[in-house]
Design a protein around this ligand. Structure first.
Ligand code: SF4
Length: 248
């Protein structure tokens, strides 16, 4: 099953499943967080799928398809949520389309409430320049929060090796802002492990990754980095902003 769809407030599988309470979810985190800290990524995904069923999804920014590929081998047909901000590189959209057509996943493209043109009319042209935090809130944070209402747990591709400020990403954590369990199966993976998985499994990679963009976000806020530079230094370069707010 491979289809690009638009997220709604219900599970993409058409199943209205009752979610657990925040207390129950936090209890799961405190019990399983330590238990799974050293577990292989496949086992972490397997646990999440067994625990949350249709109320578990994977998110992908389409820098590469490692997490989507790995999750699809454990749970064929799993929901993979992609956030289309309206500002992505064409290569990122192409990677999204390739993932949808080649992996056994249910790709869900979610979009902000306003198009870029509507946002320009409401807030002025190029909000990413005048108020990038608000732009990220409108185009990333809020749409993802809305999409995640259909789920109790979401998986991210966060890795501790990426930058120092991601050092604390737990494998199983409590996302207090969203009231969800946040699963980071790749948290302990090194750059070498990621590359090995890509090579061994022929995983799709955004072509920009091989063109000086080791971390890919929206086109207006992402620049090439020089060899040896911090991978995320090309994001919001020249500003103090380092994260979009999805993970804070
Ligand atoms: S990364 Fe830039 S363009 Fe994308 S939502 Fe944030 S501020 Fe807007």
């Amino acid at each position: 099953m491979s289809a690009a769809t638009t997220a709604s407030a219900r599970s993409s599988k058409g199943i209205e499943t009752e979610g657990r309470s925040p207390e129950e979810l936090r209890e799961l985190v405190s019990h399983w967080g330590a238990e799974l800290e050293l577990a292989p990524a496949e086992d972490i995904i397997e646990w999440a799928a067994a625990t949350f069923g249709a109320r578990f999804c994977v998110t992908s920014s389409m820098g590469d398809a490692v997490l989507a590929h790995l999750a699809s081998t454990v749970v064929p047909g799993i929901d993979v949520v992609f956030l289309d901000t309206g500002y992505h590189f064409v290569e990122t959209m192409g990677t999204r389309d390739a993932v949808a057509s080649t992996l056994p996943v249910n790709l869900m493209t979610i979009t902000p409430a306003q198009s870029v043109a509507e946002q320009d009319t409401t807030y002025g042209t190029d909000l990413f320049r005048t108020d990038p935090d608000l732009c990220c809130k409108l185009r990333k944070v809020q749409p993802l929060a809305d999409a995640l209402t259909a789920y109790d747990a979401w998986a991210t591709g966060l890795r501790r090796a990426e930058t120092h400020n991601r050092v604390i990403a737990p494998v199983i954590g409590w996302d207090a802002k969203k009231g969800k369990v946040k699963v980071s199966p790749l948290a302990r993976w090194s750059d070498e492990q990621v590359q090995r998985y890509i090579t061994d499994n022929g995983v799709l990679v955004n072509p920009l990754m091989y063109d000086g963009y080791p971390s890919i976000g929206c086109a207006p806020c992402t620049r090439r980095v020089a060899p040896g530079e911090d991978a995320r230094s090309g994001r919001w370069a020249g500003t103090t902003k380092t994260e979009c707010g999805i993970h804070s």
